[in-house]
Design a protein around this ligand. Sequence first.
Ligand code: AHR
Length: 512
Amino acid sequence: MKSKAILITLSLCFVVNAQTEIKLQLGSSDIQISKHIYGHFAEHLGRCIYGGFYVGEESEIPNLNGVRTDIISALKEMKIPNLRWPGGCFADTYHWKDGVGPKQDRPTIVNQWWGGVTEDNSFGTHDFLNLCEVLETEPYISGNIGSGTVREFADWLQYVNHDGVSPMADLRRKNGRKKPWDVRYWGLGNEAWGCGGHMTAEYYTDLYRQYATYMTDWSNSQKLYRVASGASDGDYRWTEVLMKNIPKNLIEAVALHSYSVIDWGNKGPAADFSEKQYFQTMQRAHMMDEYITKHVAIMDEYDPERKIDLIVDEWGGWYNVEPGTNPGFLYQQNTIRDAMIAGMTLNIFNNHAQRVTMANLAQAVNVLQAVILTEGEKLILTPTYHVMKMYAVHQDAMLIPLNFKTPQFSFEGQSLPALSVSASQNTSGDIHISLVNIDSQKAHAVSIPLEDIKYNKVSIEAIHSPEIQDHNTFDAPHKVGIKMFTEYYIKKDQLQLEIPAHSVLLVKIEAN
Ligand code: AHR
């Protein structure tokens, strides 16, 4: 039964543009959107691990082995597919053996990149990998190449993955874990061109080849997935050198980092930003499409069979820290602007799913574009959390290519595509279309032809709030969230709606 035509009178306070038709190219692709595009990142940085995820077993905040249970529940509900750890820049300073064994015997480490704080190493390999098991998420370990050794790296792999008798597997058992964790995803260094050692691309590729040679599939249960430290933004030469110099049998993926930052010297406030800063952030976020397209074009030259993946293992908005907080802790609020970044970026990733098979939002808790913020025992879910949760329907679904011409979002003589869209179909035949209107002033009317689709029901969810600066606070935690959107109608097999200014919508077309 087709859903009844619903006509709701809109009390729109926005100007509406002419209608855009979005055509679904059903049956025209066999590309799966990897669930790993919806991955996250937890670095030893500020209050992400210590004072965020990890409060310790003695804490009065409810916890499981020291990890907050409210964070565990929220991440599970969001369907977190993977978690990258321990950095970031921190990864190339981290010596994993300092974080195993009895906690009282562990040496301290000074977190040289992030605030110079002394950490007690109470959250280490076991804590992280056991947490991933509880979250039912894949761990993605970032190994130390910048200040470590090949032996240290190979030992870590043996420690977590070897089931037989070996020095590191025996040490793991002595430390309380019998079975290996079978970790598949390994990063070989992080930002090798910067905090990971300030290397040239040529030097890094030589080092990469050396490290990758000694990485062994100890468990044999799954093939290792080795990720080369990638370029930042439009550094295409870096990708080219990696693709040219690393033999294909030593690599599974090349990384890319790209942050939506207006100006590294003047990033602007996270919540109290101007209309101009909003537009500039959207410009930066929109660049992701160009970066991916150009990096992929280089990869296509050296790997036309598309065996090597591109993974964007750090992305998100980056602003000034909240006033009065440690500048090295990167703690920032998260607004409707961040929901726009997340919605648009995830649509870009979905539409590039043929090469982009993993991505990691920076970061999960209390750092940069976090999905969760905590203050003492309080916790809030940010607008970005709600986008991630809403978009989880795309995880492992088949990409549906689209055909549409977006209207423009103009500001002071410059313009950007106002609409960003991606669509997928799951194994039950349900179709999901995620629509983002980044235009801060105008709603945009769209129509989606449904005549080729056998459906039972259409429903729409929305993330919207009156102001682009709106956000959740510890006193008002539910200001921004997911709501049902009823302002649409179906006429002559066309779904018609107006996407309000600065909003993210998810159209669900349930199969018959
Ligand atoms: O996510 C914060 C930092 O940004 C990471 O540690 C580093 O890789 C990047 O520069």
